[in-house]
Design a protein around this ligand. Structure first.
Ligand SMILES: Nc1ncnc2c1ncn2[C@@H]1O[C@H](COP(=O)(O)OP(=O)(O)OP(=O)(O)O)[C@@H](O)[C@H]1O
Length: 484
């Protein structure tokens, strides 16, 4: 089984040298990703496309190859093909006939051919020859050029005939690492997951920077989002995950900064710390998930004041997007469930945040910070190779027991949000089910009878695991995850 990888049209429009460079990089990226599926994956670069071969003795890997190819930046689409040799136009027809005879019976069809190489026929002649033959010698309803029931897609390259078995949409964008690196400020919500993805897709190695405002639980969730994005779309290149303990900054903001300015000051402190980290690794741009007007403080005036805190380029790919479109995209890229399950954590909530921050006033407020504050938090930052998150997660998962069955003396806690719980209540025979939404669990768990064992439940097992990890971290040992 083979796949033909078609490059994104924007790459094809580039000059020959740039196109060659991009294609070579894409070839290497594909090889790096597919070797994780199977060491024997063969990747071969041609002028305008890349061929991928599934090992002959492992056809079952076809789906895994297709799935991975659909997530690699820089690919327009991929076709899965079967390959044949041929020596004449009639030989092509003779091989297509048995393959399509049953499929087109009782249906309309058309034949589409793409050809490269030297032949004594052109593509249209092949379409007519093969189409005419199929029309005469099968039970097809006839040829229909517009909206046929079946399209017989053929590709001819020199002496090879490829019959197209399926078409897999590609991600688009540019091959990874054709653009310079960025540092994405990730908080685990809908926005920063999508903004990170936009730059991965654009071919920028996307490193992650998380400011921990005081929750171990939040950090676990954010690491999971970053790992998911990297593993799914950016695995060809390793990146860093930097976690900055930001509690000292939050503390000083709460103690010293004027209430209305807190949000803008917090963001400016994040930009300053992120700039230090970016500088250390030679990264020239920061990425955020800020979107105009999404919260009342995300005004152009405030964003402008935030920008004045650093010389580094701040990129905001979602700036003009609607929230619903962002959520829809998070669903497509697989971060929606993570985002939903991450509790809204904000250590700095102004009663009345300013929408028109004034730079001089903000700068004056910031003089109240202790002098070495940024140095201290940046020095304390933990820098991880993103690949190590997997090992860390596996270790945490083994610490969280997951069970399928419930004993009658155990208690199930449904941690879903109230509206989800009301829509689809969890009812179990002979088992007590308590409902404590995830955002109340941390405060209410301590009041429960500690002689019992509690099994946390949610729809997808993400939130329940996060909450169980958190409770275990707090020293409760009688907690498991329930996955019926
Ligand atoms: N704790 C944090 N660590 C890293 N980046 C952060 C953090 N908090 C906010 N950011 C960055 O600032 C952006 C705007 O954050 P804000 O909290 O104002 O909006 P949000 O809608 O909650 O963002 P998100 O949906 O990404 O969580 C985020 O998208 C992210 O890029």
């Amino acid at each position: 089984m083979k796949f033909i990888v078609k490059l994104y049209p924007e790459i094809m429009m580039k000059s020959k040298s740039v196109r060659m460079r991009f294609t070579k990089m894409l070839e290497t990226n594909i090889r790096n990703v597919l070797k994780k599926v199977d060491e024997e994956a063969k990747v071969q670069r041609l002028y305008d496309r890349i061929l991928v071969k599934v090992p002959d003795n492992k056809p079952e890997l076809g789906d895994a190859f297709a799935e991975r190819l659909g997530c690699i930046p820089g690919i327009a689409h991929v076709v899965q093909v079967s390959e044949y040799a041929f020596d004449s136009i009639d030989h092509i027809y003779q091989q297509v006939l048995p393959k399509y005879r049953d499929e087109i019976a009782g249906k309309t069809f058309c034949v589409r051919v793409k050809r490269s190489g030297n032949h004594d026929f052109n593509s249209i002649e092949v379409e007519r020859y093969v189409g005419g033959g199929l029309n005469q010698h099968t039970d097809a309803l006839g040829v229909k050029l517009k909206n046929p029931d079946v399209t017989v897609n053929l590709e001819i390259d020199q002496d090879k005939l490829y019959m197209v078995e399926r078409r897999i949409p590609g991600l688009g964008g540019f091959p990874m690492a054709t653009q310079e690196d960025v540092l994405s400020l990730i908080s685990g919500g809908f926005d920063s997951g999508v903004s990170s993805f936009q730059f991965i897709k654009k071919g920028a190695r996307t490193h992650y920077c998380f400011f921990n405002l005081g929750g171990a639980q939040h950090e676990i969730g954010v690491k999971q989002v970053a790992y998911h994005l990297w593993k799914t779309y950016g695995e060809s290149h390793k990146v860093r995950f930097v976690s900055v303990p930001f509690e000292p900054v939050v503390q000083e903001i709460l103690e010293r900064i004027d209430n209305g300015q807190m949000g803008v000051v917090l963001k400016r402190m994040m930009m300053r710390a992120a700039t230090r980290i970016a500088d250390k690794y030679g990264i020239q741009a920061l990425v955020t998930g800020e979107s105009l007007g999404q919260v009342s403080s995300q005004t152009l005036t405030n964003l402008n004041v935030i920008d004045r805190s650093t010389d580094l380029l701040i990129l905001r790919p979602l700036i003009a997007m609607d929230k619903q479109d962002i959520i829809n995209q998070s669903r497509v890229i697989g971060t929606e469930d993570f985002a939903k399950s991450i509790p809204e954590y904000c250590g700095v909530i102004s009663q009345k945040p300013t929408v028109k921050a004034i730079l001089s006033k903000v700068e004056k407020e910031e003089l109240k910070f202790s002098e070495d504050l940024i140095d201290r938090v940046v020095d304390a930052a933990v820098v991880m190779d993103i690949r190590d998150i997997e090992a860390e997660m596996n270790q945490q998962v083994t610490e969280t027991e997951t069970v399928k069955d419930v004993a009658s003396e155990e208690i199930v806690i449904d941690v879903r949000a109230p509206e989800e719980e009301e829509r689809k209540p969890l009812v179990l025979d002979n088992v007590m089910v308590k409902t404590i939404p995830f955002f109340k669990l941390a405060t209410q768990f301590a009041d429960l009878d500690k002689s019992k064992t509690y099994l946390l439940y949610c729809d997808r097992g993400v939130m329940s695991k996060l909450q169980a990890l958190y409770l275990i971290e707090q020293g409760y040992t009688n907690v498991k995850v329930y996955r019926p």
